[in-house]
Unconditional design. Sequence first.
Length: 358
Amino acid sequence: MDTHELGIAVVGSGRIGSLRAQMAASHPAVKFLAVSDLSADRAAGLAERTKADFSSSDNMAVIGHPQVNAVIVSTSEHEHLEPVMQALELGKPVLVEKPIALTLADADKIIAKSESTGTPLFVGYAQRFKRRYLSAKDQILEGRVGNITALTGRACNTRAQGIEILKRSATATPVVDVLTYWVDVAGWFLEGIRPVEVTARGHGTVFREAGFDVNDATFALITYENGAVVNLGVYFALPAHAPQLGMGVRIEVYGSEGALILNDDHTDELLITNKGIPHAYIPGLQFQTAFLSSSTPGNWHLGDYWGPVADESRVWLDHLSRNRPCPMATAREARQTLEITLAIEESARIGKAIKLGQ
Ligand SMILES: NC(=O)c1ccc[n+]([C@@H]2O[C@H](COP(=O)([O-])OP(=O)(O)OC[C@H]3O[C@@H](n4cnc5c(N)ncnc54)[C@H](O)[C@@H]3O)[C@@H](O)[C@H]2O)c1
């Protein structure tokens, strides 16, 4: 088997960077691993846990390391641009976490650099790799749904998780940072068809009382060039002890030949215990009842990580090392998704429809 050896740098050693580094460390093609973080201690701790070869608080020391030939950027949402541009400048392929950036101007800089240097960049929309969405995409490709006429979806999560994200990046709103997964999935299911208009409304008091000027609920209608209508909504202010360890989602797709009903709420998997269930994302938060596999990135089992982030990381590493196909979101797809989520926020703010691509 023809396998290229990989040297991977992971920039950002937080929750998701740690999972990416763990996946890289256990991938057979990865012969060198370097990790960085603004916090030297956090990077050093991750390096110790993953037996990485090198750690630093200087991103360029890992991105520019001669043994590194591909870079994962897992920094906070507003800190993606600089390390991504540094890696692309050196011609090193990039996996950057969603959203690609927080402004279209930054997304355009990334796309221009990726295209001018001929360096591929994929964006971590890991929910594509949840089994139910992968199989749904397969059925759409097989033609069993026909032409998609409508898609409706709702994502919900707890205020505790919403506040945790907003503390890190105050403009990473539930729409731009979380509904973005389902805007991506909708765009992936409708691949090749252009979104043309967004209308949205939002409302909320919970986040405002906590000091963040964002809505608890935002619901949007996205119209595509062929007339298809996509209704996506997010509610991020469930009580902190709602049994969600991540997002609860329901997606329905209707087409000329069939329909897909995807219940991703995890209400069929319940753990009840006196012993306390730690929340994977929120330090110190414990539950006595939880929807078992509702943690959005995945779950640990016997020292290995399983689930969407694990599968997505492996797909990217297999793609680089063995030229396997990579059904991750491309930079241009991620830009389209960002354009839609920003338009949803703007439409909810001004109460008017927004034309896309203007
Ligand atoms: N795919 C998924 O399931 C999933 C889940 C959660 C978060 N995410 C995405 O992953 C990214 C990180 O989220 P997280 O939950 O790991 O956050 P986190 O706060 O746990 O980690 C972010 C880390 O980046 C570091 N950092 C910030 N700016 C930096 C810089 N300029 N250089 C180096 N390090 C820097 C911080 O010190 C922190 O350790 C975000 O884009 C988020 O949207 C993806």
